[in-house]
Design a protein around this ligand. Structure first.
Ligand code: ZN
Ligand code: FE
Ligand code: FE
Ligand code: ZN
Length: 277
């Protein structure tokens, strides 16, 4: 494993990390935890892409048969040492998931479940290999459909944290702030009603958009609604654990946040934000 670029990091849990099982990430949970320890993080959650029994997006997730391996890799990390390694998953909300997802999520003793929308009508709009499809769609219509799905996701009550809340901006397809505000408001209202948190996901800084998810505007809208906040690197390699958490903490403070969410066994407590490092 390469050494992390920066070892000093605000002491915030990193609640969004992946593993080699999803076919597009590197590293094992133990390696992610070692990276978190190096950076002085108090906790991390391993939240790899959930397996899927109905054939949804198989290229980007572990198979059902790999799920046992996921559990086996995580089991030895469930000790009392620091940083705590939470048992998590990033589950997609997609059309058809009702048939299996709620029962599957209930069957596992997860600490934290991220809910993400990566697909609109079978289109993986955040997949670099399908970037060309953006030329054939109306950008505003994509955002509308996306936030409709986020609102429906929140209404299910199956998830703890909304992953990368404004993911459609990944390749730079942005909306004007006034348009975004109008389109996103019902989804944010639904997240607030559901008691879901949003994450500041620093991986956007590593994408074309070069901006964290969510934008300052959306984060402020979340804060106005009393929506809780967590932090995630969305690391797909151990050296990205805690990446840019100094910037994430500054963004949270600028949006008026003073607390962040801490999870265990899917129960949330709020902790004061640490001081900037
Ligand atoms: Zn991924
Ligand atoms: Fe995701
Ligand atoms: Fe992710
Ligand atoms: Zn993600």
């Amino acid at each position: 494993m390469n050494a992390p670029a920066k070892t000093v990091c605000p002491p915030l849990p990193d609640y969004h990390t992946h593993t080699r099982l999803c076919h597009h990430a590197r590293g094992t949970p133990a390696e992610y935890r070692a990276a978190a320890a190096l950076r002085g993080l108090p906790a991390l959650a391993i939240t790899d892409h959930a397996p899927n029994p109905v054939g949804y997006d198989p290229e980007n997730r572990m198979g059902m048969a790999d799920f046992r391996a996921y559990q086996e890799m995580l089991r030895p990390l469930r000790d009392n040492l620091a940083p705590a390694a939470l048992y998590g998953v990033e589950a997609d909300y997609h059309e058809g998931c009702e048939a299996y997802l709620p029962a599957w999520l209930r069957s596992q003793p997860f600490d934290i479940v991220l809910g993400s929308v990566h697909q609109i009508r079978n289109w993986d709009f955040d997949d670099p290999d399908q970037l060309g499809d953006w030329a054939r769609v109306e950008v505003e219509a994509v955002w509308r459909k996306y936030f409709e799905l986020v609102a429906r996701m929140a209404d299910t009550g199956w998830f703890d944290v909304a992953g990368h809340l404004d993911l459609p901006k990944k390749f730079g397809h942005r909306l004007r702030d006034d348009v975004l505000r109008e389109i996103a408001a019902p989804a944010l209202d639904a997240l607030a009603r559901a008691g879901m948190a949003v994450e500041i996901n620093t991986s956007g800084l590593r994408k074309l958009v070069a901006e964290m998810y969510p934008s300052p505007l959306l984060l402020e809208m979340a804060r106005e609604r009393g929506i809780a906040l967590s932090f995630g690197s969305d690391a797909h390699r151990p050296e990205d654990v805690g990446a840019d958490f100094d910037k994430a903490l500054a963004l949270a403070s600028a949006a008026g946040y003073t607390e962040h969410a801490v999870y265990r066994a899917r129960r949330r407590t709020l902790m004061p934000l640490p001081d900037a490092v």
